[in-house]
Design a protein around this ligand. Structure first.
Ligand code: ADP
Length: 273
């Protein structure tokens, strides 16, 4: 009899603890939701006044009647404002992803067009930094893939800006290849820059993390780009892999399904490996 009552007591305790854990999980979920909503609202409220700052500082920076000293001030206001706007956009993206509210727009996307877009965007930067640009695609590429073009380009822009940012000499390349067996397409962004030490490789995909504390001051940036990129890659049904060697260079490979609607198949295949 004593044993049964002990058992009952134990069961009672377990049950109470389970209820407690469940309540804590619900509270956590609720506060994550509040946080995301708060961030989304704040981003919106910050953006409106910032847009006036950007517009008016641009008008002043371009005004030839103003003293050069003042147009230079206006240009600084303009570029600082741009930096702030990118940060707000990144925070908004991250909170949308966290809240599960990042909606994709899946269409037929012309891969050659994506490559051309990236070329025209990064050619001036390459010329400016005197870096070679090697952008190419394999011959057996299908004309169209089904994915979200804006998000795909957002990831590539992020990987390419990083490649340019952390490279002072050599080549930045974007190679597009397909794996017809796995029905995936990969975008390999490779640089000959400072590289990332092995201990920091998984860290750089975490929000607000940078490989080197001092890089923050040296290179600027928020440490949000890669975490957003990886989350977006996952939303598109794929992932980003990193290979890197210090003082040799880095290689980020984004792999997504040729057809977004094959996402489930791709994920199942990934699990098997
Ligand atoms: P940010 O560039 O704004 O700091 P990211 O999330 O894009 O944020 O990158 C996080 C960190 O990863 C960078 O601060 C840098 O330390 C490292 N990193 C990213 N890309 C490269 C690269 N191509 N070469 C070397 N380090 C890189």
């Amino acid at each position: 009899e004593e044993r049964t009552s002990l058992l009952e007591e134990k069961n009672q305790l377990i049950q109470e603890r389970n209820i407690d854990i469940q309540q804590k999980a619900e509270q956590l979920e609720q506060s994550t939701k509040y946080k995301s909503e708060f961030l989304a609202n704040m981003s919106h409220e910050l953006r409106t006044p910032l847009n006036s700052i950007l517009l008016l500082s641009k008008l002043m920076a371009d005004n030839e009647d103003l003293d050069k000293e003042y147009t230079e001030y206006a240009a600084v206001i303009q570029s600082s404002g741009q930096g702030l706007l990118s940060l707000i956009d990144e925070i908004l993206d991250l909170s949308k992803i966290e809240a599960g509210k990042m909606d994709l727009e899946i269409h037929d996307v012309n891969v050659a067009e994506v490559l051309t877009d990236m070329k025209s965007l990064f050619k001036p930067i390459a010329q400016d930094k005197k870096l070679a640009l090697d952008f190419s695609l394999t011959d057996n590429l299908p004309d169209l893939i089904a994915t979200d073009k804006m998000r795909l380009e957002q990831i590539l822009k992020n990987l390419l800006s990083n490649a340019f940012k952390f490279t002072t000499e050599g080549t930045v390349s974007l190679l597009i290849d397909i794996n017809s067996q796995q029905k995936t397409i990969s975008f390999k962004v490779k640089d000959t820059g400072i590289g990332i030490p092995p201990s920091k490789m998984s860290l750089v995909f975490e929000a607000f993390q940078q490989a080197d504390g001092s890089t923050r001051r040296k290179f600027g940036g928020t440490g949000l780009g890669l975490s957003i990129s990886r989350e977006l890659a996952k939303l598109l049904g794929g992932d980003i892999k990193l290979e890197s060697e210090e003082n040799v260079g880095s290689e980020f490979t984004l792999t997504i399904p040729l057809n977004y609607h094959d996402k489930e198949a791709f994920l199942a295949e990934q699990k098997k490996v």
